[in-house]
Design a protein. Structure first.
Length: 238
């Protein structure tokens, strides 16, 4: 399953079709796209294995579902220009760490940190950057855990490391982020402050709901574990 970067092509993206700088970058992009796809496949494989292990050992799947995408050449071009960097695949590799992206949707907040810990503790996964927007939400109310990891991709004659951005959030956080993104994208002008405040209020309500749902989950686990013949207690880790 892929996650979109924007709901549709912006007018300036169509103009790129006639841009010589973009065409040159596109040729280079087509030669390395498979490397980013391989990096995504590596991360997805590790996450799916961890999720299956939890299902067997703890009767619980911390991951609800996984989405992924390789950033389009149009999006790369526009982001580089916004940064004031000349458009080339070389500059994209140097300046962008989210060309390969994986979004992990978890059931509960504690699952986010369990998944992150287990993924980054693997000896061939190197954590490059972490941004904790759960502990420190953005001003608009956005919450998620963002990691950038370097992962190995094995070629016929070499091994290369590919950066992959991994966004980990709950189902509730993803619901809010997806709708907030679409609402802002559809706004022709700057979003009025009262709308911004309303969206922030919704994010706060969702955060409270996440906490209450996690409490209910643990209450149900306690009932299960204390029943005759119940499973071993679930501790939120491997």
């Amino acid at each position: 399953m892929q996650f979109p970067e924007t709901p549709g092509p912006a007018p300036e993206e169509n103009e790129l079709l006639y841009d010589a700088e973009y065409k040159e970058m596109l040729n280079a992009y087509n030669k390395v796209q498979y490397l980013y796809e391989a990096g995504i496949a590596f991360v997805r494989g590790r996450l799916e294995t961890l999720n299956n292990e939890f299902r067997v050992r703890h009767s619980h799947n911390p991951i609800h579902h996984i989405q992924s995408r390789v950033k389009t050449p149009q999006s790369i071009t526009l982001k580089l220009r916004k940064m004031g960097v000349p458009v080339s695949m070389t500059n994209a590799k140097k300046n962008l760490r989210d060309i390969a992206g994986v979004r992990v949707i978890c059931c509960y907040v504690e699952d986010i940190f369990t998944v992150a810990r287990l993924l980054t503790s693997q000896d061939d996964v190197q954590l490059i950057e972490e941004k904790n927007y759960i502990k420190h939400p953005k001003d608009n109310g956005y919450r998620s855990l963002h990691l950038v990891v370097d992962v190995p991709v094995y070629l016929s004659g070499a091994k290369v490391f590919i950066p992959v951005e991994v966004q980990i959030r709950t189902v509730a956080m993803d619901f809010w982020a997806s709708l907030e993104h679409n609402l802002r994208y559809k706004a022709e002008d700057e979003v009025p402050q009262f709308i911004v405040d309303e969206l922030k209020g919704c994010a706060d309500v969702i955060t409270e709901t996440d906490a209450r749902m996690e409490q209910i989950f643990h209450a149900m686990l306690l009932l299960r574990d204390t029943a005759p013949g119940g499973d071993a207690p679930y501790t939120g880790g491997a």
